[in-house]
Design a protein around this ligand. Structure first.
Ligand SMILES: Nc1ncnc2c1ncn2[C@@H]1O[C@H](COP(=O)(O)OP(=O)(O)OP(=O)(O)O)[C@@H](O)[C@H]1O
Length: 528
């Protein structure tokens, strides 16, 4: 997806676009106001006092009217920016969510990228309106004053575009390099803060901080290179602007000398006063253009292969799972050799295997979070999707808020349904008198590991999905908590597939749980 002019226009109401155009046009008369009003002064030497006051009145209306239009234009710009910023941040958050980006990358988009796009794209597009109309109004005024000298002056103005034509691609590349380096710095900063515990206990803070410092130095260097690139283009523009002033004057003096095209010193003076606004606006347009192109890479947003937000609603099947020739590999690394398997509704299956054998990968494929390399998985006869199954891992996320908010996630459930889910996982009494109103936080400090896993199970049970995929959910728990959770899940009516290193053979047998292993030959085989 690309944040471009079309995207911008689609997010602004039509009436606002029309008003922006009208007030940008009216405000653009500011550029020729001095030339127009002051240019009439010499004719007042012969005028009556009444005519002079009439002239003054007209000048007052012209100046006050133009500045009022400029003021309204600025108010409209602020309103448009508000709308665009809301739409932009919503879009960036959605893109990060859809593409499963790391939170640090998503936050980088939301803060740095959003600020850059706002300052160097949205504001610039709106400023282009004003500069564009300013250039057109001034150009028409100049041509009407003296078409030949006007054309010469405008032709010289066009020279200021030259540096931009050459610098455009380079500036876009510099913008991208800065963004990449900045994302790396943020990732290192996030590691530095998140990994504080290990860095302190292993006394590795000093050595690790070198990495943060290196990345910081690189990203600041890239920012400087980006700004320097823009400055170089600007310097080229300034030099050419000098030429656009001197060149037409030289030609004008020669035309006066030979008496051509009615050029006089006062024509040159009027042109000098107004052509400045043609050049200035064109120069600003080029500068704005350089900023626009500098953000091109930032505005190009990644597209998720399988959008997560447009998932279909869950099926109401019973929980039959079929694997038909399912093969899984990461490039050359095999995970699962071609496997056929049928699990009837309500089956309880434990998949064990050494670390790195592919248990999590298998569960993600069964849940539709990633595709198999070959073959197909069917859940109740359909391709699996995250919205059809429940997948819980070792570290479920706690959202800042109450237990109720953590269960509903903003959806509508009755308190009775919530309490029933809590009761199913044995959490009704442990969380106090009013368990649904209990406040918990993302750092999980206010809730134990076992309670957290049971809360995540309750969140899943509430949605009544027939299939539950449980990835090492007891890994961080002591034996008593692990046993409690397994007692719970093995007695649910759902189809349960659990991946785990540790298990209790006696419990598996007592609860008739199938036990398969992912072998070193990448085969899913029953444990003998
Ligand atoms: N996105 C990925 N791209 C490439 N390789 C991956 C990816 N995810 C996992 N792997 C690799 O695939 C193998 C299986 O990983 P997986 O996490 O599924 O194993 P696991 O059995 O769940 O391990 P553990 O018990 O340690 O959690 C590992 O070697 C891992 O490095």
């Amino acid at each position: 997806m690309m944040i471009n002019v079309k995207w911008v226009l689609q997010r602004l109401p039509h009436w606002e676009i029309v008003l922006l155009l009208i007030f940008a046009l009216l405000g653009s008369f500011e550029g020729v106001l001095n030339g127009f009003v002051l240019g009439r002064l010499p004719s007042l030497t012969q005028a009556t006092t009444a005519q002079r006051y009439q002239y003054l009145g007209q000048a007052l209306v012209a100046y006050a009217g133009t500045y009022t239009c400029l003021f309204i234009f600025q108010l409209l710009i602020q309103d448009a920016l508000r709308r665009l910023n809301i739409a932009l941040k919503e879009t960036l958050l959605t893109v990060s969510f859809e593409t499963s980006e790391a939170p640090s990358a998503g936050l980088n988009r939301l803060t740095n990228d959003a600020a850059q796009i706002q300052g160097r794209y949205f504001e610039v597009i709106l400023a282009i309106l004003s500069a564009g109309f300013g250039a057109i109004t001034a150009a028409i005024f100049v041509l009407v004053t003296n078409w030949m000298m006007g054309l010469i002056s405008i032709a010289f103005s066009a020279l200021t575009m030259v540096p931009m034509l050459f610098g455009q691609t380079k500036l876009a590349a510099l913008g991208k390099r800065w963004s990449t380096a900045n994302a790396a710095t943020l990732a290192a900063g996030s590691d530095w803060l998140e990994g504080r515990g290990d860095l302190v206990q292993y006394q590795a803070a000093g050595s690790f901080f070198d990495r943060v410092k290196q990345r910081l130095a690189v990203s600041e260097k890239r920012l400087q290179q980006q700004t320097n690139g823009q400055l170089r283009v600007q310097y080229g523009n300034w030099m050419l602007t000098v030429l656009t002033l001197i060149g037409p004057l030289a030609i004008g003096f020669w035309l006066i000398h030979v008496g051509g095209f009615g050029v006089t010193i006062s024509v040159l003076l009027t042109l000098l006063l107004s052509v400045d606004h043609v050049t200035m606006n064109i120069r600003m347009l080029i500068q704005y253009w350089s900023q626009l192109t500098g953000t091109r890479e930032l505005r190009h947003l990644p597209q998720a292969p399988t959008p997560l937000l447009s998932q279909r609603t869950p099926t109401r099947g019973k929980g039959q799972i079929d694997l038909q020739g399912v093969t899984i590999a990461y490039g050359d690394q095999p995970i699962l050799a071609a496997t056929d398997m049928a699990l009837t509704p309500g089956t309880k299956l434990l998949v064990s295997g050494p670390s790195g054998s592919g248990k999590s990968t298998l569960l993600r494929v069964l849940g539709g979070w990633q595709q198999p390399t070959d073959g197909r998985v069917l859940v109740d006869g359909e391709a699996p999707a995250p919205a059809k199954t429940t997948y819980i891992n070792q570290t479920p996320w706690v959202f800042a808020g109450t237990v109720r908010e953590n269960l509903t996630l903003g959806q509508t459930f009755t308190d009775d349904a919530l309490l029933a889910a809590l009761s199913q996982v044995g959490l009704t009494t442990e969380l106090g008198d009013k368990p649904l109103d209990r406040v918990i936080a993302p750092d999980q400090a206010s809730i134990s590991g076992g309670q957290l896993q049971r809360l995540a199970l309750a969140r899943g049970l509430l949605r009544k999905r027939p299939v539950m995929l449980l990835d090492e959910i007891t890994a961080g728990l002591d034996d008593r908590n692990a046993q409690q959770i397994r007692n719970l899940i093995y007695h649910l009516p759902n189809t349960i597939i659990e991946a785990a290193h540790h298990f209790d053979d006696a419990q598996l047998q007592a609860d008739h749980v199938l036990h398969y292993q992912l072998t070193p030959a990448h085969i899913l085989a029953p444990m003998s």
